[in-house]
Design a protein around this ligand. Sequence first.
Ligand code: KG4
Ligand code: ZN
Length: 345
Amino acid sequence: MPLLTIETTCDETAAAIISKDRRVLSSVVASQDELHARWGGVVPEVASRAHLERIIPVIDEALVKAGIAISDLVAVGVAVSPGLVGSLLVGVSAAKAIAATLNIPLVGYDHIAAHVYACRVAHGDAMQWPCVALVVSGGHTSLFHAISPLELNRLGGTIDDAAGEAFDKAAALLGLGYPGGPLIEKAAVGGRADAFRFPRPLSSDRTRLDMSFSGLKTALRYVVRPVGVDPVPPPPTGQKRADLAASFQEAIVDSILAKLFLAIQHTGAHTLAVGGGVAANKRLRAAIEQFAIQQRIRVLIPPPSLCTDNAAMGAIAWERLEQGSVDGLQLDIHPGTDRTKAYRS
Ligand code: KG4
Ligand code: ZN
């Protein structure tokens, strides 16, 4: 009784086939990184056009890899929020067409809640609710008290840039390319994390669970391109670049850890679930695992392929199906919502 899930919120075209017991029978992700690299970030119009070209081949490949026919599907799940308008529309339109043709249920789900649910997909029953959930990606950096898979209460998060966005902009300043997170991580190898003291805004404020990353990016900019220096110097290389990357990465890790600590204290939660593309970062993973040992809490972080955007985390659609909660063909997208509650119809 497999379900098809479709993910086109940003610049990854993805489809997966998931059985009722949440086994991932196949998961296909077509990345658009090479299309956006020359612009240093995602260009919405380019992304939606690329989704349009790729969505059918990606779904076909997911069916073939799972070894099933399209007529075997019992439902279609699709990410409807948050994301880029043109990108979301492609996935939702494809999902509607398949659901209407096969006369099977259609289920919309929230991309952020799905990032948390990746922990359930990766770790099975070890993932337990309620928990504190950290979603740290290119578009979002938020902390939630996750009551159940479909009910996320936002505790706090970034008040400006997302952590992934900061990584991407820092990589551009260092002349490393796009997407920046993995490139900064690589450049940081052999670098000293204490070589540059970058700001950790709001970290010592124990009254709120908010974070800020835009000043960090600006601080890096002033080191790399000092005011009044003309012409603009080329991006640093060698040990200086490694030191800058390691110090920048450490500032992001510290900022997140400070608020994780408060979130655990505030909720009394014993489980911490982490998701989103930046959760693929080895330094962040190690720091969070160390933190969990100190706090005597259980931490769940999916493998990197389930942290960055994918459709396997769309297994969350089963949660709504099992509640008998489905959508009709009037299902709409919710692009701009940094939703404090998981998507519900
Ligand atoms: O979850 P995701 O694939 O897409 C969004 O929902 O935003 O996250 C993408 C972000 C990008 O900013 C990328 O630079 C960052 O995740 N990222 C990383 C790493 N891998 C991906 N950041 C730091 N270290 C990594 N290894
Ligand atoms: Zn994402």
